[in-house]
Design a protein. Structure first.
Length: 210
């Protein structure tokens, strides 16, 4: 594909300048390299694109038709390259983000500032505690805790969190306040159930501890 683009650029430039020397100077190639690339193109197409003489070159009828299409192809390619470069300077488009149900508490305070910086980005949030297949489900970013199991993905640490043991004042007045981890065995403890596996979250504080 790269060789084909070189051949097309050599032909289009030669057709516009009507000179192998001028085309080579414009593309940073020798005049002979321009001629060889055009000759390869003619051989592949089975037709002559340029008339050559000792003093000048000119387009054949087939060459004129081919030049018009090639010029448009190269212009479209340049437009596509420019579009990509602009998008790198100013990100745009839809950004699909998956995050835990409670993630809005962490993320939403920053959404307004983010959209001020990147006004061309459309945010699409999906809140779920289920494990997400980033590639299959078409997400751009997934926020989760724990280790990264999929080697196809890249991760970046956003921060840390910790679990705390808490209870309402009414509960503590009724049941008393535990002083040591082992005291929890006498209390009604809530446990989180993981949606994906159905497993209950184990308490990190051992009821057998001190």
């Amino acid at each position: 594909m790269a060789d084909k683009l070189i051949e097309l650029r050599a032909f289009v430039c030669a057709a516009e300048t009507l000179s192998f020397v001028a085309a080579g100077r414009s593309l940073g190639m020798s005049a002979s390299a321009i001629g060889k690339n055009i000759a390869k193109l003619e051989e592949q197409l089975g037709t002559r694109l340029l008339n050559r003489s000792t003093r000048r070159i000119s387009l054949t009828a087939e060459g004129a038709l081919f030049y018009d299409r090639c010029r448009r192809v190269l212009e479209d390619l340049e437009d596509a390259e420019a579009m990509v470069l602009r998008s790198r300077e100013e990100p745009r488009g839809r950004l699909r983000v998956s995050l835990p149900t409670v993630g809005y508490r962490l993320l939403f305070p920053f959404v307004s500032d983010f959209l001020k910086l990147y006004s061309e980005i459309e945010l699409d949030f999906a809140f779920t505690d289920l494990l997400t297949d980033v590639i299959e489900e078409g997400f751009d970013v997934v926020i989760r805790s724990g280790d990264l199991d999929d080697s196809r993905l890249m991760s970046r640490r956003l921060g840390s969190f910790r679990f705390v043991i808490c209870a309402s004042p009414d509960y503590l007045r009724e049941r008393g306040t535990p002083k040591k981890p082992r005291d929890l065995s006498a209390h009604s403890c809530l446990r989180f159930r993981h949606e994906g596996s159905g497993k209950l979250q184990e308490w990190s504080a051992s009821a057998d501890g001190n």
